[in-house]
Design a protein around this ligand. Structure first.
Ligand SMILES: *Cc1c(COP(=O)(O)O)cnc(C)c1O
Length: 371
């Protein structure tokens, strides 16, 4: 007998491949599949491999450590990382053939100091006020980059930026940032990067003019909607299903309080079920009394607070067998809630739901080339 699955994340790599292909076809320009933060909770190495199989030209991650882990797992294609701190091991990234991102003259200096010929992309801050060179710093960054190309320190392979409000297509920041990006490109006319890129998932889908030479697709690759209410139906398939075994059921009486603080009190006699997952596994406590799960063909409301290891659902008088499947979220095609439903219940975005779920859950891959 196979041991029961206590709590598991199932990742459909066919869904990833389908989404990567659909997005690549939609834009008609090369794609970068973004797999930072362990592939938004789906598994960085497995997602990167599936994305390459589906024709994604580039893979993107945040840190050098993530990039090195991909190389160690056998990834050999174009790979960009973009978030460093002083003291990071630029040399290791360069030796591994990773494109690194420089935000400043100081970072270019640290790259030159490795004595290795690097592939460097430059990031300009066009209005997110996060990473990247400001408009004031940009001419100096470009001048240092040109000098380094002439003295053989590096090849500048990309110039890029990131949008603040791509999920709100009518937000004025989109036009303003794209204009700032155009100005930055003009000021960098002495460089001839392979790729200029600005768009993430929402912009890649909703703002064709922002696609340039490459779109950095994160969330949409996982089949989730980067701009709920704005995105047309592209037939993307959510790749993650989170499910668990029902631990027990019990009858409770009208007037009985449920979970810490008794934030929910039964108004009639009912039955409740115990789900062995809590905020220690990334189930958001903010979803207390708000999210639903699928048990025995019906959506059941969470009752009371999410605890560290467990939460309680209202079974409305039903007594499914302990061990029955409890689906927290999935693609939604069997009546289960979606990650987007959980995001709305918890007052967050689906990015956070899938990226944080995990903890003690095991992960299993399905799809034709799952290994
Ligand atoms: C995370 C990230 C992306 C991907 O964003 P999505 O909205 O998930 O598509 C793209 N670019 C940068 C710089 C990022 O940090």
């Amino acid at each position: 007998m196979t041991p029961a699955v206590r709590a598991e994340i199932v990742v459909d790599l066919d869904a990833i491949r389908h989404n990567v292909r659909a997005l690549r076809e939609l834009t008609g320009v090369p794609s970068m599949t973004v797999v930072k933060a362990d592939g938004y909770g789906h598994g960085m190495v497995e997602v990167a491999r599936a994305a390459r199989e589906a024709g994604s030209e580039w893979i993107g991650v945040a840190t050098i450590d993530e990039a090195l882990a991909l190389r160690a797992a056998g990834d050999t294609g174009p790979l960009l990382c973009w978030l460093t701190v002083p003291g990071d091991d630029w040399a290791a990234a360069i030796d591994a053939g990773v494109d690194v991102t420089a935000y400043s003259v100081a970072e270019l200096g640290a790259i030159a100091a490795t004595g290795r010929r690097a592939r460097v992309q430059l990031k300009v801050d066009t209005g997110l006020s996060r990473g990247g060179a400001t408009a004031q710093e940009w001419p100096d960054v470009v001048a240092r980059a040109v000098q380094g190309e002439r003295d053989g320190s590096w090849t500048i392979t990309g110039i890029w930026s990131h949008l603040a409000a791509s999920d709100e297509p009518a937000h004025p920041a989109n036009d303003a940032q794209q204009e700032a990006f155009e100005r930055a490109l003009e000021q960098a006319a002495d460089l001839s990067p392979e790729v200029r890129h600005l768009a993430n998932s929402a912009a890649g889908i909703l703002r064709p003019s922002s696609r340039y030479d490459l779109v950095r697709f994160g969330l949409a690759s996982y089949g989730l909607d980067p701009a709920p209410g704005e995105t047309p139906d592209l037939g993307l398939v959510p790749a993650m299903t989170a499910h668990a075994s029902l631990a027990l059921t019990k009858p409770i009486h009208a007037g009985d309080g449920v979970s810490y603080g008794h934030t929910w009190v039964a108004d009639t006699d009912t039955t409740v079920g115990l789900v062995p997952l809590g905020y220690g596994d990334g189930v958001p406590r903010h979803a207390s009394n708000a999210a639903h799960v699928l048990v025995d063909g019906k959506q059941r409301a969470m009752r009371g607070r999410v605890c560290m290891d467990q939460f309680v659902v209202d079974l409305g008088g039903d007594r499914p067998e302990p061990g029955s499947d409890v689906v927290l979220f999935g693609p939604g095609d069997h009546g289960e809630p979606t990650a987007q439903d959980w995001a709305e219940a918890a007052g967050t975005i689906s990015y956070e739901i899938v990226t944080r779920i995990g903890g003690r859950m095991t992960r299993r891959y399905v799809g034709t080339s799952a290994r």
